[in-house]
Structures are given as structure tokens and as C-alpha cells.
Design a protein around this ligand. Structure first.
Ligand code: R5P
Length: 265
């Protein structure tokens, strides 16, 4: 378990930049991920970990990659259905066969199938413990729910209590540090909908300044006008203490190809 986690979190900064590319599991060919192989391949060298489904892993990621894989193992409903109606879709056996460094399960606190999704998490943790497999819980948030510190704190704490080793949640501007304080395991933030690059870098910076252990970011990287430049800018914030302004300047320089490489550890 510790060895798998050590592959994800940098020994130097203790942070992680996970690349989330699992969106197709409920929303199909998402903008920026219509051709997963094309999008993901150039980003792999800059990702501390890839968060992905087994279908995309098997078909679109070279088996020779050294990038650790966290496998999404929950799913079921599509974007057209009741999103909280999730079950476990990928077995621990398959995760082990695919040499995953961890698995991810969504929980839907406050949603129709809250109890089942929390039980899903418990079941996966029970199996994962036998194999030293870290479990990432994703606190999925429905459209009706406000993403404030009270709600996110509740969802993150429940995920940790059930046994998640890492929790992925959203950033909230007010009292995010309280969300972190109430959760005894590392928190990484999802990026959410695409926002301007400078704003996304600010969000990553704020979250990490308030105690997040990194990001598990998708759309704000792969929908960027220059995903490879953007992931390097996010890395600069997470691993090299860049301010949002410095990181945005780096993004612009990389985007304009004025520098060839930058801050990869
Ligand atoms: C949810 O669909 C997935 O778990 C994503 O991995 C998560 O939302 C992170 O992606 P994004 O940064 O695009 O929100």
C-alpha cells in the first residue's frame, strides 16, 4: 500500500498531479477526449498518475507506460439517467491484472442512492485492503447541491471514515481549509468545468495553500488551448511553489514554444 502511494505523491513536494480522463464512463466522448489516445499520450510524461477506466486503459494507453494508473471501478448510469445509481463495474482481480496503483469509487452523499454508493466504497475498501491497493473516493456532487465547505466536509469525512485512502473533492472558496482539517486522509481536488487557465491555476494554488495534497484534474487540462503547457503549469504550482502569476507566465511561454521543457521532476 505505502509503496503504491509513494508512486503517486512526490517524495520531494509530497503533492500529486493526477490527470483525470475517466469522463467518458458516463458522458461518452467528452470534448477534448474524443480521441483518448491522441489527448492522453503527450500528457502522460507530466502526469504523476492517470485516473482512467479499464476500457480506455486497455485500448488507448501503451502498456509500456511508467505512469501509475488509478482505475475507476464504479459506474453504471449514463448522463441521461440517475447518476447516483452506481455499482461496482470493475473487479479487484482485473485492477490487479492491469497493474493498477489504486482504484477509484464515487460516492453520492445527499443523492438518491447515497447509501448504496457509500456501501460500494466500503466493499471496495474491504477487498482492496487484502491486496494493499489504495482506494480513492470521489465525492460526486449533484446539480441541486451547493458545493460549500459544510457539504464537502461532510462528504469527505464520510469517505475517509469508510476507509478511503485518498479523497477527491471540489474546491470551495470559503473555508476549504476546514474541509481538509476534517478529513484525516489526503484530499486532491477535481478541476470541474473548464475555466480560463489563469483561474484554474489560481484554484489549484488556493487549494494546495489550504492543505490539499494536489489535484486530480481533467477538463481544465485536456480542454485547455494547450494541454501540455497547462499540465506543466499545474505541476509548477503543485511541486515547485509557483504562484498563479508565475505559473500562468510559464503556461504562456510553453504555449508559445519559447521554452522546450520546464519543471518536470
Ligand atoms: C468525474 O466525472 C470524474 O471523476 C472526473 O475524474 C473528475 O470530475 C475530475 O475531472 P474534472 O477536473 O474535469 O472535474
Amino acid at each position: 500500500m505505502k509503496n503504491r502511494l509513494a508512486r503517486i505523491f512526490s517524495q520531494k513536494s509530497s503533492k500529486t498531479v493526477m490527470l483525470a480522463v475517466d469522463h467518458g464512463y458516463f458522458q461518452g466522448p467528452t470534448t477534448g477526449l474524443r480521441n483518448p489516445r491522441e489527448t492522453i499520450t503527450p500528457l502522460l510524461p507530466y502526469s504523476d498518475c492517470l485516473f482512467v477506466t479499464r476500457g480506455i486503459l486497455r485500448n488507448c494507453i501503451a502498456p509500456t507506460t511508467n505512469t501509475p494508473i488509478f482505475l475507476r471501478v464504479s459506474g453504471g448510469p449514463s448522463v441521461l439517467g440517475e447518476l447516483s445509481n452506481e455499482d461496482i463495474t470493475t473487479s479487484m482481480k482485473d485492477a490487479l491484472k492491469l497493474n493498477a496503483s489504486g482504484v477509484g469509487v464515487s460516492i453520492f452523499v445527499g443523492e438518491k442512492n447515497e447509501d448504496r454508493t457509500i456501501s460500494n466504497l466500503g466493499r471496495v475498501v474491504n477487498e482492496a485492503e487484502d491486496f494493499g491497493m489504495p482506494v480513492l473516493a470521489i465525492t460526486a456532487v449533484g446539480k441541486e447541491i451547493e458545493r460549500d465547505a459544510r457539504y464537502l466536509g461532510l462528504a469527505c469525512r464520510i469517505a475517509a471514515e469508510i476507509g478511503a485512502h485518498i479523497v477527491k473533492t471540489y474546491y470551495c472558496a470559503e473555508d476549504f481549509e476546514k474541509v481538509v482539517e476534517g478529513c484525516p486522509v489526503p484530499i486532491v481536488i477535481a478541476g470541474g468545468k473548464k475555466i480560463p487557465e489563469r483561474d484554474a491555476l489560481q484554484m489549484a494554488y488556493n487549494a494546495i495553500s489550504k492543505g490539499a495534497s494536489g489535484v486530480d484534474m481533467g477538463r481544465n487540462i485536456f480542454q485547455s488551448e494547450n494541454p501540455v503547457a497547462m499540465i506543466q503549469a499545474v505541476r509548477a504550482v503543485a511541486h515547485d511553489n509557483y504562484t498563479p502569476d508565475e505559473a500562468f507566465e510559464l503556461f504562456n511561454r510553453l504555449k508559445d514554444k519559447k521554452v522546450v521543457s520546464s519543471v518536470i521532476e
